[in-house]
Structure formats: structure tokens, C-alpha cells
Design a protein around this ligand. Structure first.
Ligand code: HEC
Ligand code: HEC
Ligand code: HEC
Ligand code: HEC
Ligand code: HEC
Length: 273
């Protein structure tokens, strides 16, 4: 009787948990769908002529869309009220003039803005220098790679030679970062705990990428050398992990062989006696 009671209590506890969890999942789902519809900018702009609907299609493929940075995060305005969405009283900023773009993007990318303004490009702002969208685009902004430094983009205003020096100063370090990242992924597949090296690599990669706006070859080379030294440390941690793996494998082989030998011996002994 007592056991039956416990059984019933257990199963109703289980049912209640399932119900609560399903309700939570449903709520999260609802909140998500409501949110997408709450941004009134998107459905209205999707139906407008090309000039005003193109941003929607371009933005949908961007790293900003992936991270929930929608129209209103950049342009301001009220994403919940279609009638007043673009009212300046609701914080609508409109379209920034070219010279205002760095400050427009720099509200979120504070460190990048600082490096950019201090660089030769920042000093040439409003006087023929590039702005953020010259290199990253305005709506289809993608995750960065060194391919952003290419002949097409960088030879619009001066020779590519200058740009190439910047890329060369970063390329080797960048290639090492990619190679180490691949090694870490291999370790992850074997179930090894790689959290610490992953974090170290992430911060080194950010350090390198943020330097691309400084544009000074000597500073870049110095920083790359420092980052290279730190990468060597990560590589030696990975080498340690590899030898631990090897030792484990060898130990495994020894144990298994010993077990097989004992089994064989026992078998032979049984046969003889
Ligand atoms: C009910 C429809 C509607 C909604 C909602 C709407 N827009 Fe617009 N938007 C328009 C139309 C029509 C234009 C073009 C004519 C104009 O500038 O008023 C426009 C123009 C713009 C422009 C260009 C302005 C310029 O000066 O060239 C931007 C930027 C913009 N919208 C952003 C937004 C953002 C951000 C939101 C949401 C917070 C939003 N819109 C919501 C209809 C809409
Ligand atoms: C990452 C910031 C960012 C986001 C997000 C963003 N925009 Fe823009 N948008 C800009 C910038 C910067 C410009 C000015 C571009 C330029 O001068 O090249 C611009 C320009 C525009 C224009 C004017 C285009 C023209 O040709 O005059 C419209 C319309 C517009 N955006 C609508 C939208 C809509 C709708 C969304 C959401 C789907 C959106 N934007 C999301 C940064 C953004
Ligand atoms: C409202 C805040 C906000 C504004 C304004 C904004 N961004 Fe972003 N941006 C983000 C977030 C969040 C991410 C994704 C997380 C990350 O990588 O930092 C991101 C990512 C990026 C990336 C990819 C970074 C990487 O690591 O690969 C680039 C490039 C970028 N933004 C450029 C721009 C440009 C150019 C503008 C202006 C047209 C702009 N952003 C305006 C918030 C913003
Ligand atoms: C819209 C024009 C424009 C584009 C596009 C452009 N630059 Fe520049 N760049 C300038 C101007 C203007 C200067 C400063 C004046 C000068 O030195 O000629 C400059 C200077 C430089 C310098 C010299 C820095 C110094 O301190 O001496 C480097 C390096 C450079 N750019 C790299 C690049 C790279 C890399 C790209 C492509 C990702 C690029 N530029 C794209 C306009 C541009
Ligand atoms: C002359 C071209 C050029 C201009 C102008 C430019 N960028 Fe970049 N940006 C790059 C390149 C190249 C990289 C790095 C590529 C790499 O290291 O793989 C980069 C990297 C980034 C990153 C990722 C690295 C980090 O530090 O988070 C962000 C975000 C970013 N840029 C935003 C901006 C913003 C905002 C502006 C304007 C204030 C801007 N960029 C102006 C070329 C440019």
C-alpha cells in the first residue's frame, strides 16, 4: 500500500513536471513569435518599393539579424507602434550622413570607434576617407575575416600596397589562430575539456581583429608578435593534452593485453589440470 502511494506520488510529480516544462517551452515560443511581429518596421518596409525594402532583405542575412539587432537598434524609432514608428519624438534618427556613420555604429562598437577615429582613416573623415559602411556594408554586415582587406575595396582611394602591408602583418597570426581553432575542435570531438584554451584563443582573436582599424604597420607588427607568443603558450598546452592522450592510449593497450594474457593463462591451466 505504502509503495503504491509512493508510486502514484512519483508519477504525479513526473506528470506535473512535464506539464510545467511544456508550459514554459510554449511561453518561450510565444514570446519569440510575438517579438518578431512586434518590430513593425519589417512587415511595412517589406511591402515598399525597392529603395526602402532592399534593406530588409540585406539585413536578414547579417550578423546583426543573427544577434537580434533590428532596424530600430540602429535607426531608432518605435518598433511597436506602426503609426508613430518613424516619429522623431519616439527617437527616430533617420538616415545618417556619411560623416556621422562612425558615431552611429560606434554607439555599440565603442572600442572600434576609438581606434578608427585615431587612425589615418578617422582623420580623413568627411574629407574623402572611408566610413564603416565602405568596408562592412550598411545592412548586410557579416562576421569579419581578413578577406575584408582586398584589392577591390582598398584600392578605391590609394594603392593596394599600403593595405597589403596591413594584411601581411596580420595574416600569419590569423592563420595560426585558425589552425589552433581547428585543433581545439578535434579535441572537443574526443570529449576533452577545452574551455580554458578556447577562452584564451577567443580573447587573442578579438585583440588581433580590433587592431585592424589602427592601420599602423609598426603597432600591428608589435601586437602580432605579442599575440604570437601567447599562441605558442596555447599550442604547448595543446601538445600536453596530446601527450596525455597518448599515455592514456598506451596504458589502455597495456591493460587490455594483460587481461588477455591472464585469460589465456587461466584457459591453459584449466585445460592442463
Ligand atoms: C507603416 C509603414 C512603415 C513603418 C511601420 C516603418 N516605416 Fe520606415 N518608411 C516608410 C516609408 C513609406 C518610407 C519612405 C518615405 C519616407 O521617408 O517617409 C520610409 C522610410 C524609412 C527610412 C528612410 C528615411 C529617409 O530619410 O530616407 C528609414 C531609415 C526607415 N524608414 C526606418 C524605419 C524604422 C527603423 C522603422 C521601425 C522603427 C520603420 N521605418 C517603420 C514606411 C514605414
Ligand atoms: C547596423 C545598423 C543598421 C541596421 C540594423 C539597419 N540599418 Fe538601415 N541604414 C544604416 C545605415 C548606416 C544607413 C546609411 C547607409 C549609407 O549611407 O550607406 C542606412 C540606410 C537605410 C535606408 C535608406 C536607404 C537609402 O538608399 O537611402 C533605409 C530605408 C533603411 N536604412 C532602412 C532599414 C530597415 C527597414 C532596417 C531593418 C530591416 C534597417 N535599415 C536596419 C544602418 C542600419
Ligand atoms: C545597437 C548596437 C549595434 C549597432 C548600432 C551596430 N552594431 Fe555591429 N554588432 C552588434 C552586435 C551585438 C554584434 C554581434 C556580436 C559581436 O560580434 O560583437 C555586432 C557585430 C558586428 C560585426 C561583426 C563582428 C565580428 O566579430 O565579426 C561588424 C563588422 C559590425 N557589427 C559592424 C557594424 C557597423 C558597420 C555598424 C553601423 C552601420 C554597426 N555594426 C552597428 C551591435 C551593433
Ligand atoms: C574611401 C577611400 C578609402 C578607402 C576605400 C580605403 N582608404 Fe586607406 N586611406 C584613405 C585616406 C584618405 C587615407 C589618409 C590619407 C593618405 O595617407 O593618403 C588613407 C590611409 C591609409 C593607410 C596609411 C595609414 C598611415 O598612418 O599612414 C593605410 C595603411 C590604409 N589607408 C589602409 C587601407 C585599407 C587596408 C583599406 C581597405 C580595407 C583602405 N585603406 C581603404 C582612404 C581610403
Ligand atoms: C578600411 C576598411 C574598414 C573601415 C573603414 C572599418 N572597418 Fe571594421 N574591420 C575592417 C577589417 C579589415 C576588420 C578585421 C578583419 C580581420 O581582422 O579579420 C574589421 C573588423 C571589425 C570588427 C570586428 C573586430 C572587433 O574589434 O570587434 C567590427 C565590430 C568592426 N570592424 C566594425 C567597424 C565599425 C563600427 C567601423 C566604423 C567606426 C569600422 N569597422 C570601420 C575594415 C574596416
Amino acid at each position: 500500500m505504502k509503495q503504491r502511494c509512493i508510486k502514484i506520488a512519483r508519477s504525479s510529480f513526473f506528470c506535473a513536471s512535464v506539464l510545467i516544462i511544456s508550459a514554459l517551452v510554449l511561453c518561450v515560443g510565444l514570446v519569440k513569435t510575438v517579438r518578431a511581429e512586434e518590430i513593425v518596421c519589417i512587415p511595412c518596409h517589406s511591402g515598399l518599393p525597392e529603395k526602402f525594402s532592399a534593406p530588409v532583405k540585406l539585413w536578414q542575412k547579417s550578423i546583426h539579424a543573427e544577434n537580434g539587432i533590428a532596424c530600430n537598434a540602429c535607426h531608432g524609432g518605435d518598433p511597436k507602434d506602426a503609426a508613430n514608428a518613424m516619429s522623431p519624438a519616439r527617437g527616430f534618427l533617420g538616415v545618417p550622413k556619411p560623416a556621422d556613420i562612425p558615431a552611429f555604429c560606434g554607439r555599440c562598437h565603442v572600442g572600434v570607434l576609438k581606434n578608427f577615429l585615431a587612425s589615418a582613416h578617422g582623420r580623413a573623415l568627411g574629407k574623402g576617407g572611408p566610413t564603416c559602411v565602405t568596408c562592412h556594408g550598411n545592412h548586410r554586415v557579416l562576421k569579419v575575416t581578413l578577406d575584408l582587406i582586398n584589392e577591390k575595396t582598398c584600392s578605391q582611394c590609394h594603392t593596394f600596397e599600403r593595405a597589403r602591408k596591413i594584411r601581411d602583418a596580420m595574416a600569419q597570426t590569423e592563420a595560426r589562430i585558425v589552425a589552433i581553432d581547428n585543433r581545439i575542435s578535434e579535441f572537443k570531438k574526443t570529449g576533452t575539456d577545452t574551455e580554458i584554451v578556447e577562452k584564451q584563443l577567443f580573447s587573442l582573436r578579438n585583440g588581433l581583429h580590433s587592431l585592424s582599424h589602427v592601420l599602423e604597420e609598426t603597432k600591428l607588427t608589435a601586437a602580432s608578435t605579442q599575440i604570437d607568443a601567447d599562441l605558442t603558450k596555447i599550442e604547448s598546452s595543446l601538445n600536453d593534452l596530446t601527450s596525455i592522450h597518448k599515455i592514456r592510449k598506451i596504458a589502455g593497450v597495456i591493460v587490455v593485453s594483460a587481461m588477455l594474457m591472464t585469460a589465456l593463462l587461466l584457459h591453459l591451466m584449466r585445460k592442463t589440470y
